[in-house]
Design a protein around this ligand. Structure first.
Ligand SMILES: Cc1cc2nc3c(=O)[nH]c(=O)nc-3n(C[C@H](O)[C@H](O)[C@H](O)COP(=O)(O)OP(=O)(O)OC[C@H]3O[C@@H](n4cnc5c(N)ncnc54)[C@H](O)[C@@H]3O)c2cc1C
Length: 400
């Protein structure tokens, strides 16, 4: 911790830690186990039960600072709580702090009309529904979002959406009721004014989730990632977010906090990996000494501590900048965290896997799935190269 947390944040952090010990860790394997085929995309009773408990305990919407449904925490304060809930891949959903719902709730709270908030934000904040965010497309390099080809065209009092999307996290879930879709509304406008974002109900005629995609074989059901088709989907004109041509503006606003939340969580995940690496090293003996007495293992542990401390400082600085100068002015710090933290967490988790031997690759520990998660985030929310490019641009222009 660099600066004191408020009493409220400290109290929430302590209660969150207790909840994790009592309810999340003991149920983690059951929560992360692949569901039976027939129930793949249905809500899981255990997750629903824990969600109810978290809500009753007031450990709900911890990220949200737009109104009474949240706790009004700063990004710096939330970073500490997010690290705690990030220790388990099963936890974010239970506290209604999971991607992409968090980013979508931020969009609706910041840019939504009263009607859009009533229809979609309210049930999302209550945890009654889930949402997805459909930007990436299989046929174009989507890290350059100007390539997005989906069309959002005006027709009378409606918009008609046509396009194919993939890697739409949350889409296959039965509880997913709305998609925020990015697409071109005016191909003659300047490059960064061509795209819009629009709310599309998942049950609108023409919306199909064609298949689920897995990450290193992990399907992440019942949330999961879908490939989707939007085939002449007609939605009311009132579903447009912020206005035609404002898609990039919204994307920038959404991705900043979303990116930093991933970083906060991964620090918790790396910290927990280091803990179990040490415990395992102390408990196993090979060739006459414990693993913990071996130089190579000790180096792995020492280096992991250095890596985590650096990454935490970078992330807290970015969070503090977001609080003090705003998300836009903090974009370089957010980019530094987004590049640094997933690679750091991947390296620490990889060392923990090595110290666990064969067990580290099994589903008996959380490590293998956690490793896959960190690998995805070197691509998701913008590949590392794109963020490095943005940093280089700022650096060369003397804007760092
Ligand atoms: C598990 C998972 C969940 C996801 N969830 C969502 C979601 O909910 N919604 C959504 O819309 N998308 C989602 N994505 C998609 C993700 O955001 C994209 O995969 C990402 O933005 C990259 O786009 P692309 O796959 O089209 O890669 P491409 O744009 O084809 O890029 C491929 C590679 O090219 C290189 N590259 C690109 N630009 C540069 C550059 N400027 N300099 C150097 N090298 C460069 C990078 O190595 C990059 O990885 C998810 C992805 C995964 C894996």
């Amino acid at each position: 911790m660099l600066a004191e947390l408020s009493g409220r944040a400290l109290e929430l952090e302590e209660r969150l830690q207790i909840f994790m010990e009592e309810h999340v860790y003991p149920n983690e394997r059951a929560l992360l186990a692949p569901p039976r085929e027939a129930e793949r995309w249905a809500p899981r009773p255990l997750a629903e039960e824990l969600t109810r408990k978290a809500r009753t305990a007031g450990l709900w919407n911890l990220f949200y600072n737009h109104g009474p449904e949240g706790h009004g925490l700063s990004n710096y304060e939330y970073a500490h709580l997010c690290e705690v809930l990030g220790r388990s891949l099963a936890a974010p959903e239970i506290f209604n702090c999971n991607a992409p719902d968090v980013g979508n709730m931020e969009i609706l709270a910041t840019y939504g009309t009263d009607e859009q908030k009533e229809r979609w934000l309210k049930p999302l904040l209550a945890g009654d529904i889930r949402s997805c965010f459909a930007m990436t497309e299989p046929q174009v390099a989507s890290s350059d979002a100007t390539n997005i080809e989906t069309r959002i065209e005006r027709g009378g009092n409606s918009y008609i959406v046509n396009g194919r999307k993939w890697w739409v996290t949350g889409a296959p879930s039965q509880r997913c009721k709305v998609a925020i879709v990015m697409g071109k509304s005016d191909i003659t406008a300047p490059r960064h004014r061509q795209q819009s974002m629009i709310l599309v109900p998942m049950d609108a005629p023409g919306v199909t989730v064609e298949r689920a995609l897995s990450v290193y074989g992990y399907e992440h059901a019942p949330l999961g990632h879908g490939e989707m088709m939007f085939d002449h989907v007609r939605v009311p004109a009132a579903n447009m977010l912020l206005g035609e041509g404002r898609g990039f503006e919204i994307a920038q606003g959404r991705l900043g906090p979303g990116r930093i939340h991933h970083c906060m969580r991964f620090i918790g995940l790396a910290e927990r990996a280091l803990e179990i690496m040490c415990a395992r090293a102390k408990s196993r003996t090979a060739f006459g000494s414990t693993l913990a007495e071996m130089g190579a293992v000790r180096q792995a542990i020492g280096q992991s501590r250095c890596d985590i401390e650096l990454a935490r400082l970078i992330t807290l600085k970015a969070a503090w900048m977001m609080d003090t100068v705003g998300n836009k002015a903090a974009r370089n710090e957010i980019a530094v965290a987004k590049i640094t933290v997933p690679t750091m967490a991947g390296a620490v988790i990889d060392r923990a896997i090595q110290v666990h031997g064969g067990g580290g690759l099994s589903a008996d520990f959380f490590l293998a799935e956690a490793f896959a998660e960190t690998r995805f985030l070197r691509i998701g929310d913008g590949p590392d190269e794109v963020h490095r490019e943005a940093l280089a641009k700022a650096e060369l222009a003397g804007l760092s």
